[in-house]
Ligand binder design. Structure first.
Ligand SMILES: Nc1ncnc2c1ncn2[C@@H]1O[C@H](COP(=O)(O)OP(=O)(O)OP(=O)(O)O)[C@@H](O)[C@H]1O
Length: 267
């Protein structure tokens, strides 16, 4: 049974078709890199897969639980949104205690696991330092720790390395790879191609709500080599008509020539 199994998942906001009949199958213990330009529908997809947004149509199950069954889904998943919810006035441990409490993990277990996670991530903070004073990288580490605190079967990470310096980004990338090597499934949404190139087993490229390419990073690169380029970036550009190095191309994406249905790369 795949860890993530989605069939024709669709989300419509009024006239906007944010996600268009998306089907996905992600095997257990793998990292799936979910790429796409701004506004492609990545966050909307993650919100549906984590039970936070009700699909307009289609079905999905994560860790064996239907996404419509939030009680069953919750213990199986961890979700780190692009703007992780953290209490500025809390210390790093208080933040974990709060989240652990909501998940019914006792304080002692939270502390032990927190110490292990913070040490592993290289988060060096004093016992009374508040999140308010943390750098972006330190906040991301706390957010990551609270996402994996309960050892979920499937972890969803939305732009986890955005704003991180290269060293912090590498630490997180290594942790993502290790999670998968330990059997956890990781669904990773990002615009940053080297992150998926290094960490992902499979890559899906979303464009205007549809999956326009899917394969291993190597397969997509090989495909791009048949054209003009030979990098994942070239593959991305081929199928999305967008430049991933530009921060906001959603208007262009809407007005430009989108890929045709048949441009789906089944590599
Ligand atoms: N709550 C909402 N109400 C109305 N439209 C929405 C809502 N959320 C998302 N959209 C629209 O759905 C589309 C997909 O947005 P989404 O945030 O999922 O894209 P994304 O790929 O995550 O983009 P980014 O990379 O910029 O975060 C966009 O056109 C967006 O404007």
């Amino acid at each position: 049974m795949p860890a993530i199994d989605a069939s024709d998942l669709t989300k419509r906001y009024g006239d906007t078709l944010a996600v268009d009949a998306l089907s996905l199958s992600v095997p257990e213990g793998t990292v799936y890199g979910f790429l796409g330009p701004n506004g492609a529908g990545k966050t909307t997809t993650m919100r549906m897969l984590t039970g936070l947004s009700k699909p307009t149509a289609g079905t999905a199950a994560v860790g064996g639980a239907p996404v419509t069954d939030r009680a069953a889904l919750r213990p199986r998943i961890g979700y780190m949104p692009e703007e992780p919810p953290l209490y500025d006035q809390a210390t790093a441990f208080e933040q974990l205690e709060y989240v652990g409490g909501l998940r019914g993990i006792d304080a002692e277990a939270v502390r032990a696991r927190g110490e292990e996670l913070f040490e592993d991530l290289g988060l060096d903070v004093g016992p009374s330092d508040r999140i308010d004073d943390f750098s972006k990288g330190m906040r991301q580490k706390v957010a990551y720790a609270q996402t994996v605190l309960h050892d979920p079967a499937v972890v969803f990470l939305d732009e986890p390395t955005s704003g991180l310096d290269p060293r912090a980004a590498r630490t997180l990338r290594d942790r993502i790879r290790r999670l998968a090597d330990g059997g956890t499934t990781v669904f990773l949404s990002t615009h940053i191609l080297p992150v998926v190139e290094e960490a992902a087993d499979a890559v899906g490229i979303l464009y205007e709500g549809s999956l326009v390419a899917e394969g291993s990073p190597d397969e997509l690169v090989a495909r791009a080599e048949e054209g003009e380029g030979g990098t994942l970036e070239d593959a991305f550009l081929d199928v999305t008509d967008a430049d991933p190095t530009e921060s906001d191309r959603s208007d262009d994406a809407e007005n430009g020539d989108g890929p045709h249905e048949e441009s789906t790369l089944d590599v």
